[in-house]
Design a protein around this ligand. Structure first.
Ligand code: G3H
Ligand code: 13P
Ligand code: ZN
Length: 330
């Protein structure tokens, strides 16, 4: 058993309390490799933002849990070396079993998500409560989920949203003891969050998605005031990055995300954690494609992963400073 406290990591409790009081959201960025880690740490150091490093079960399989744990420990040390003590949470994203959550806690994660959103309400309550009981013994914080996002969550494909039912949140919170709750109000995973027929088009032909259900969020806030809410599927799918990808041989069609203005509005509410992964994938892919197309003689991975890392860092700084509001909150 390795306690995250010995790795210099923190759980999410205090970060969420501050985010709630300050009306901003903590960025939750997914990672599975070194360049992403460098981009995250550099962006957070330069903006003085706390951060949640997220590992999905797919990322854990891809990169190895032990290696990722040491990378998170390395991130703490790297930030210090750059001169800023960045509060860093190491979080399991979309944990689907008690055993996976337990294993991550034993390996040094400071926070876990148990995603029982695809189960019946009672089974979700039972599984989430079991994870909370175990995690809290080690002062590890737990995120639960109520409601199902449309899109792809690992191997689970949900065709339609099932919005969170506000009447269930208080009971769920009390019965499970979770520290935060992911809700479904119209966000969705991936780069194609909505089908074109669900959207309208502006004068330039750009797809405009249906607005988030702020009415549901408001009702949830009224029922559990001061309780930290999490938004998954919150990439905005920058059209300039999609255009670069497609210009240099990519084939990303009808990609549409959540407008940043709506995320800004969410961050000023009880939403304390905003998950962003797809935007980073697009930024890296655009930079790599551009390098391959414009500098075909290069074959040193640093020559294309370096620009990808720089583009990712710029994206993270933009999110922190202009969307989530977490800059200068250390
Ligand atoms: O919510 C899903 C995250 O974007 C992680 O995606 O399971 O492909 O690593 P992944
Ligand atoms: P995006 O696919 O919108 O980046 O969402 C990521 C996410 O929710 C990770 O859990
Ligand atoms: Zn998610």
């Amino acid at each position: 058993m390795t306690s995250y406290k010995n790795l210099g990591l923190v759980n999410s409790r205090e970060l969420f309390q501050k985010a709630m009081a300050g009306k901003y959201a903590i960025p939750a960025f997914n990672f599975n490799n070194m360049e992403q880690m460098q981009a995250i740490v550099q962006a957070c150091v330069e903006t003085k933002s706390p951060v949640i490093l997220q590992v999905s079960s797919g990322a854990r399989k891809y990169a190895n849990q032990t290696l990722l744990r040491y990378m998170a420990q390395g991130a703490v040390e790297y930030a210090k070396e750059l001169g800023v003590n960045v509060p860093i949470v190491l979080h399991l994203d979309h944990g689907d079993t008690f055993e996976l959550c337990k294993s991550c806690i034993e390996y040094g994660f400071s926070s876990v998500m148990i995603d029982g959103s695809h189960l019946s309400y009672n089974d979700n309550v039972a599984l989430t409560a079991k994870v909370v009981e175990y995690a809290h013994q080690y002062d590890v914080t737990v995120e639960g989920e109520l409601g199902v996002l449309a899109g792809i969550e690992d191997d689970v494909v949900a065709e339609h949203h099932t919005y969170t039912e506000p009447s269930q949140v208080e009971d769920f919170m009390k019965k499970t003891g979770v520290d935060s709750l992911a809700i479904s109000i119209g966000t969705s995973h991936g780069a194609n969050k909505f089908k074109p027929e669900q959207c309208t088009r502006n004068a330039d032909g750009i797809l405009i998605p249906p607005p988030l259900r702020f009415d549901i969020l408001k009702e949830i806030e009224q029922r559990i005031p001061g309780f930290p809410i999490v938004l998954h599927g919150s990439s905005s799918v920058p059209q300039d990055q999609v255009a670069i990808i497609n210009k240099y041989g990519g084939a990303i069609k009808d990609a549409v995300g959540i407008p940043e203005e709506q995320l800004r509005q969410a961050a000023a509410s009880a939403v304390c954690k905003i998950n962003i992964d797809s935007d980073g994938r697009l930024a890296m892919t655009a930079a790599v494609r551009e390098m391959f197309a414009t500098k075909p003689a290069e074959f040193d991975p640093r020559k294309y992963l370096g620009p990808a890392r720089d583009s990712l860092k710029a994206l993270y700084k933009h999110k922190i400073e202009n969307v989530l509001g977490s800059a200068n909150r250390i």
